[in-house]
Design a protein. Structure first.
Lengths: 70, 242
C-alpha cells in the first residue's frame, strides 16, 4: 500500500515528500523534509498532557477500519 | 554507482548520457553548445517528470528498496546529534537489524530536542547486509526496542521510531525465542507509554516487523515508501503456492 492510499484511509497521518526521482537522488533534501515533519508533529504532541496523549492514541487505533453492513 | 539503475529509469539514463556527451564536446572542442545543452536539460527534466509523477505501485516498491536510499544511520548523521547507541535486550543478545539510543533531533534553528531514536537498519553491501540481517529483526531486537522505549518514558523523552524492514525475520531461531510474543508485547506496551511517539516509514514497512515499533501517536510515511501486511513477494508466494 502506497503512502497516498494509506493517507486516504486515515491509516497514516502525514506524507513526507521526497525529491523527484526518490530519496536516494538527494539525501540532504530528504533529511530536511523529515526533520521538518518530525519537529512539526513533536511540537503538536508536546502540548498534550499524558492522559490526553494516551487516550488519543487509543482512539486513533479504535477508529481504524471501514466496513459495510451486508 | 549510477543513480538511475532501475529498468523504468532507462530513458533518463540514456538522456543523461547524451547530455554529458554534449557537455564534454563543448569543453573539449571549445564550441558554444549552450542552446543544445539547455534543450537537452529540459528534455531530461520533462522525461523525469513524466516517469516519476506516474509511478506504478511496483516501481514505488523498487524505489523504496533502492540500495542508495538513506537509512536510519544516514539520517542520524544528517539531522541528529550525539547519537548514543544502546545495545542488548538484557535477555538474549544484541540485534543489529533493529537499533536505537538517545539522540538530539536538530530543529533547523540551531536548537535540538532530546529524543529516543529507534529503528531498523539495513546494509548497503553483502557484508553489511549479513551484519544487519537485511533489516529483518529477531525477537531480541523488538525486546531491545521495548526496553529503550520504557527507558524513554522513565526519562520523559519523546520516542521516534523509523521503520524500514521487509518484515520480522521468519526463521527457526525467531520462533524459538518467540517472535510473536515479542511483537505482541510491544503493541500492548506502546499503546500505554505516556510520552509522544512518532513513527516514520522510511522505505519498506513490512507487516508485524513494522508494527512492532509502529504503535504511535503519529505515523508518517515517505512518499515512495510502502506499508503493507506482507511484502509483495511473500503475498505472491502464498497466493500462487499451489
Amino acid at each position: 500500500m502506497s503512502a497516498k492510499d494509506l493517507l486516504s484511509h486515515k491509516l497514516i497521518d502525514d506524507i513526507v515528500p521526497e525529491p523527484l526521482g526518490g530519496a536516494h537522488q538527494m539525501h540532504e533534501e530528504t533529511a530536511r523534509n523529515l526533520q521538518n515533519a518530525l519537529n512539526k508533529h513533536l511540537s503538536a504532541l508536546e502540548k498534550l498532557d499524558r492522559d490526553e496523549l494516551v487516550n488519543q492514541r487509543y482512539e486513533r487505533y479504535r477508529q481504524m477500519g471501514e466496513f459495510k453492513e451486508a | 554507482m549510477n543513480l538511475y539503475s532501475l529498468e523504468f529509469e532507462k530513458p533518463i539514463q540514456e538522456l543523461e548520457k547524451q547530455l554529458e556527451a554534449l557537455r564534454q564536446k563543448a569543453t573539449e572542442q571549445e564550441i558554444d553548445l549552450h542552446v543544445e545543452i539547455s534543450q537537452m536539460e529540459r528534455k531530461v527534466e520533462e522525461t523525469k517528470r513524466s516517469i516519476y509523477l506516474e509511478l506504478t505501485p511496483w516501481q514505488r516498491v523498487q524505489i523504496s528498496r533502492h540500495p542508495k536510499r538513506p537509512y536510519l544511520l544516514d539520517y542520524v548523521a544528517m539531522i541528529f546529534e550525539n547519537f548514543t547507541e544502546l545495545h542488548g535486550d538484557r535477555r538474549f543478545g544484541d540485534d543489529k537489524a533493529l537499533i536505537g539510543g538517545f539522540a538530539h533531533l536538530k530543529n533547523g534553528n540551531g536548537k535540538t530536542r532530546k529524543v529516543m531514536l529507534i529503528g531498523h537498519q539495513k546494509g548497503r553491501n553483502t557484508k553489511e547486509n549479513i551484519l544487519r540481517n537485511f533489516g529483518m529483526a529477531h525477537p531480541e531486537g523488538y525486546r531491545k526496542a521495548l526496553r529503550l522505549m520504557q527507558m524513554a518514558a522513565k526519562f520523559n523523552l519523546p520516542i521516534i521510531t523509523m521503520i524500514d524492514t521487509p518484515g520480522a525475520y521468519p526463521g527457526v531461531q525467531s520462533e524459538q525465542r518467540h517472535i510473536a510474543e515479542s511483537i505482541a508485547l510491544n503493541l500492548r506496551e506502546m499503546s500505554l507509554l505516556e510520552v509522544p511517539i512518532i513513527s516514520v516509514v522510511l522505505g519498506e514497512g513490512g507487516s508485524g516487523g513494522a508494527l512492532g515499533i509502529g504503535v504511535s501517536d503519529r505515523v508518517l510515511m515517505f512518499e515512495n515508501a510502502y506499508y503493507s501486511v506482507i511484502s509483495p513477494e511473500g503475498c505472491a508466494a502464498i497466493l500462487w503456492s499451489g
